[in-house]
Design a protein around this ligand. Structure first.
Ligand code: BG6
Length: 506
């Protein structure tokens, strides 16, 4: 693809293509890289969004015996997991840019070779020092890799080339470790060179939350405690923990997804309008919301965690969490978490935000549901409105990406009976182009240098402040059991029932 010198890079209507650059992936043979990063890089290549001078440098412990074998691995990942169709010509061109460097994270020689390779890219690939380092590695390896990057001087590009670092979650396992990690990253890279990935922010529907709220007049006037009864944010998964026992059992649902994905969704749903749609303005607004989060004084009743037991899902018997391979029989790790939070601002005072997430729930679905108060007065006979619920606006993040509105409508007939109906917007029906995968969008943003969809360190620290309090309260207690295939433990239902509410059944 040849870049057009007349193109204004700020013009979002045109495809954005980065300058010539290298992407260095540490942990390139790991699970995330195989399933998400390599396929996303292929998709970008297929869409013509990678610059002519591009190089993918894979660094990983395992010795794959040279570029050839790694290319085979990368090819099969792209074939199996890419969103766009596999095209041999596109792959060949991308494969020519791949360099695999075997080495461990404390191996001086490996890092010296990497530094030299980056310098050589100017003459071999015409890349003038621009490089992004993607840390797709376990958090325990972050310090070693960052120190090596610093030691070899790779944190700054020679001759004015940019250098960026991409940090994958988990960003620490509590507030203290997150502060330490942030300090470590900031000691090697300048703050504007750090990209913390929360892949939920790369999902089109999450970005649509902002479009919905701030590009229309319809919703914002009623998006406050005067009209909103409560907000429910659900991230349900039907899958179990797969092959991630070691990671998951140390982590649990709250640290795995509540701290990041769900709190980011909450921040997007609750934030004030940013003065502009740039990274700084959006982050400033999200920080205000995350800093204003509160837990109810009676946390015991409003922070529920659960663990799945054996049950049935899609007609198949599935085993319980403690019977999963690699999980200790005595594990107290939660696979489900539900919590009620408040946002202490004028807009949201008194509105509960109910968040829940779980593995082995009946289906995979993520949504943000804004539940409105009932009309203050209904000029109909009571029986005619017996089946009228609350108006709801539901942003369906996945699957069936779109927006649903629920409101009362007259039932055909002679009586004035009113009942809830739904009005649906489906991405798939309104747009012909399918949505890019979150990682496609986010990797492209890193290479372009657009940090809008990446949380800043303060957001992460505020999120941990809440999670730390939950963990402190849960510590030593057993999670409530729930049957795989159910919507979580009964105690989570009671939590809402106590407030006179019900969880939505997506
Ligand atoms: C990850 C979590 O961040 O998100 C996983 O570590 C979870 O446990 C995954 O399964 C869900 O992502 P998605 O995009 O499939 O909803």
């Amino acid at each position: 693809m040849i870049s057009n010198p007349l193109r204004d890079p700020r013009d979002r209507r045109l495809p954005r293509v980065p300058e010539a650059c290298a992407l260095v992936v540490f942990g390139v043979t790991g699970d995330l890289s195989r399933k998400k990063l390599i396929p996303a890089i292929y998709d970008l290549a297929n869409r013509g969004l990678l610059p002519p001078g591009f190089c993918l440098l894979g660094y990983a412990r395992r010795d794959w015996g040279g570029d050839g074998d790694f290319e085979q691995l990368a090819r099969s990942c792209a074939q199996a997991h890419a969103r766009t169709p596999f095209r041999e010509d596109v792959w060949r061109r991308l494969a020519e840019t791949i360099i695999f460097l075997p080495g461990s994270f404390d191996d001086d020689e490996g890092f010296d070779t990497l530094a030299q390779t980056l310098l050589d890219l100017e003459s071999t690939h015409g890349i003038p020092g621009n490089a992004a380092f993607y840390l797709s590695i376990p958090p325990a390896a972050f310090p070693a890799v960052l120190k090596q990057i610093e030691r070899t001087g790779m944190a700054s590009g020679k001759g004015g080339g940019w250098r960026r670092v991409v940090v994958e979650k988990p960003f620490g396992h509590d507030l203290q470790s997150a502060v330490e990690l942030n300090a470590l990253v900031d000691s090697v890279f300048s703050a504007d060179a750090v990209y913390r990935i929360d892949h939920y922010l790369g999902k089109e529907t999450v970005q649509n939350l902002m479009a919905l709220r701030f590009a229309n007049t319809l919703f914002e006037p009623i998006w406050n405690s005067r009209y909103v009864d409560s907000v429910q944010i659900t991230m349900a998964e039907d899958v179990g923990i797969g092959t991630r026992a070691g990671f998951y059992d140390k982590t649990g649902a709250a640290r795995d997804v509540l701290q990041n994905h769900l709190l980011q969704l909450l921040a997007m749903a609750a934030m004030e309008e940013p003065v502009s749609f740039d990274a700084e303005s959006i982050r400033v607004e999200k920080v205000k919301i995350l800093g204003a989060l509160s837990l109810p004084p009676d946390s015991k009743r409003y922070a529920i965690r659960g663990q799945y037991e054996q049950g049935w899902l899609a007609g198949e018997r599935v085993r319980g969490y403690r019977d999963e391979e690699g999980i200790p029989k005595s594990s107290k790790t939660e696979t489900y978490a539900a919590v009620r939070l408040g946002v202490e601002t004028r807009r949201w005072a008194g509105v509960p935000f109910y968040l829940r997430t779980g593995k082995r729930l009946p289906r995979r679905t993520t949504e943000v549901a804004v539940i409105f108060k009932k009309a203050p007065h209904l000029p109909f006979a009571e029986t005619d409105t017996a089946e009228l619920g609350h108006n709801q606006l539901v942003v369906r993040v996945q699957p069936d990406e779109g927006v649903t509105m629920r409101f009362g409508s007259k039932v055909p007939g002679t009586a004035m009976e009113v009942r809830d109906v739904s009005m649906d917007f489906l991405y798939g029906e309104s747009f012909t182009e399918s949505s890019p995968e979150a990682y496609e969008r986010l990797i492209l943003d890193v290479l372009i240098g657009d940090a809008t969809l990446f949380p800043r360190n303060k957001e992460i620290e505020y999120s941990w402040r809440i999670i730390d309090r939950l963990e402190e309260f849960w510590s030593g207690r057993k999670p409530y059991p729930y049957r795989a295939g159910d919507w979580g433990p009964a105690e989570a239902e009671q939590m809402l029932a106590r407030d006179g509410r019900l969880w939505r059944r997506p």
